[in-house]
Design a protein around this ligand. Structure first.
Ligand SMILES: Cc1cc2nc3c(=O)[nH]c(=O)nc-3n(C[C@H](O)[C@H](O)[C@H](O)COP(=O)(O)OP(=O)(O)OC[C@H]3O[C@@H](n4cnc5c(N)ncnc54)[C@H](O)[C@@H]3O)c2cc1C
Length: 437
């Protein structure tokens, strides 16, 4: 994998980026990927899967930090917090982290902390930043974003029902959430919880608020971990959580009452692009794994090495085409975010958010197939990658929601298209009449 991209003006990539990219590549290839087996071996057993963070992770974090590979997801607008790469530049680094599941966390660039740190940096007050942003930036704690609820269709966030009721100088939170990633991670110390402070507000986008809930607040009940196509993703995990009269001081509101919707909209743009670029890295890894397998001279069927069968060659070619297409879509979205902000790059973000996980699912599926039974077993990372692709078609908004928005935006161009067609028809008739056929 290389940082180059034919469509990119080399001037878009700074000398600082080139230096960090080379370091990240070396760190991921020579430290993180070889450490994956030890990470697995150091995982807790049984219930301890939720209590133990493999010590190798801290070692990798220390090394990453010493190399300057730390908080690179923070864009130019967060330069006071150590950021300094453009979205486009960070996307190319996120692509590298896609090849190794532990590398994002080693570099303090893993979800949901990245999005949460952006929330604190962008919307938090000084006290909130001091208390929560600082240790998050330091990689000392982790955090969770707690919005989805089992009882309502949460891809429409206006449905969220958890109540955040003011009582004097406190808010009292009651509700049931699930798929709250990282909530039971032993390092998770803070939750950003979305709920309704004003369920009767006529403006449905002003009913919600986002509040900061310290993880050790009484009344937070961890119900169960949810599996993702059989994986528990421990010690990170995705939990069902009940908030039972959880009391927090009113100063723990972010930005103000009724501003929750605004915050979640501001939170997800660049994060979606990071996920997409990690997917490109995963897809490249899947294709490379497939190529290594099918060219193994000891694996022959019907007199040929697997790579000599036409359908296998074709699948490799198709995968390469699809990866390149998807990669350009994400880089184009990242560049657009740099140029006009995430809010004004919604179209490009939606295109990438739908296209990339679908591409990854197909590419991972082909790689699994080429491995036969080994492909669905634990001997490669392909099943993990396949499942990642599958859930990313749901998480952060299902495909259909993005397709709806995208399709509606396209339809808005209707009058412009019809106008152009009318002008072209008039001109066609003019040309034909002048030609006097
Ligand atoms: C691994 C994983 C991690 C997650 N982490 C978090 C987290 O940290 N915090 C958090 O709050 N949430 C998290 N989620 C939840 C995720 O964001 C939601 O699952 C997602 O927003 C969809 O909401 P829902 O599950 O309620 O599906 P629903 O809203 O019930 O939708 C179900 C299905 O309906 C269809 N649908 C929805 N809208 C439309 C439409 N407009 N047109 C056509 N079809 C439609 C789609 O196929 C969709 O998949 C995570 C989910 C997963 C799988």
């Amino acid at each position: 994998m290389s940082a180059s991209c034919n469509l990119l003006d080399p001037k878009l990539l700074s000398p600082k980026f080139h230096e960090l990219y080379a370091k990240a590549k070396d760190f991921i290839e020579n430290d993180c990927i070889p450490a994956e087996a030890l990470y697995e071996a150091q995982m807790g057993k049984g219930e301890d899967r939720w209590k133990v963070i493999p010590p190798i992770l801290e070692e990798l974090k220390t090394k990453a930090r010493s190399l300057g590979l730390w908080n690179l997801f923070l864009g130019h607008e967060y330069s006071s917090y150590g950021g300094g790469l453009s979205n486009l530049e960070y996307s190319l680094i996120a692509e590298l982290t896609g090849t190794c599941a532990i590398s994002s966390e080693a570099m303090n660039c893993s979800a949901p902390d990245t999005g949460n740190m952006e929330v604190f940096a962008k919307y938090g007050n000084e006290e909130q930043k001091e208390q929560w942003l600082k240790p998050l930036l330091d990689g000392k704690i982790r955090s969770a974003f707690v919005m989805t609820e089992p009882a309502v269709a949460s891809s429409d966030a206006t449905n969220i029902e958890t109540s955040i009721r003011r009582e004097g100088n406190e808010y009292v939170i009651n509700g049931r959430k699930w798929f709250a990633s990282s909530t039971n991670n032993p390092n998770c110390k803070v939750l950003l919880v979305m709920g309704k402070t004003d369920k009767d507000n006529a403006n449905i986008h002003r009913q919600q608020s986002l509040v900061i809930v310290p993880r050790d607040t009484p009344g937070i009940e961890m119900i169960r971990p949810l599996s993702v196509v059989g994986y528990d993703h421990a010690p990170h995990g995705h939990w069902e959580v009940v908030f039972n009269n959880v009391r927090i001081p009113v100063k723990n509101i972010v930005l103000g009452e009724g501003r929750g919707f605004e915050i979640i909209q501001g939170r997800l743009g660049p994060g979606r692009i990071h996920h997409c670029m990690r997917c490109i890295g995963m897809a490249t890894y899947a294709l490379d794994t497939m190529i290594a397998r099918v060219t193994d001279p000891s694996r022959r069927t019907f007199g040929k090495v697997l790579a000599e069968h036409g359908s296998i060659v074709e699948n490799i070619a198709k995968s390469r085409i699809e990866i390149e297409q998807a990669r350009f879509l994400v880089l184009s979205a990242a560049k657009k975010i740099d140029e006009v902000t995430a809010k004004n790059a919604k179209r490009e973000i939606a295109i990438a958010k739908v296209a990339v996980p679908n591409m990854l699912q197909t590419v991972a599926d082909r790689a699994i197939q080429a491995h036969g039974a080994a492909g669905v077993s634990q001997v490669t990372k392909l099943p993990h990658i396949f499942v990642n692709a599958r859930y990313l078609r749901i998480a952060d908004g299902p495909d259909e929601v993005h397709l709806q928005q995208l399709g509606k935006a396209e339809l808005k161009r209707s009058s412009e298209i019809v106008e152009l067609q009318k002008r072209q028809q008039a001109r066609r008739e003019e040309i034909l009449s002048k030609a006097k056929l």
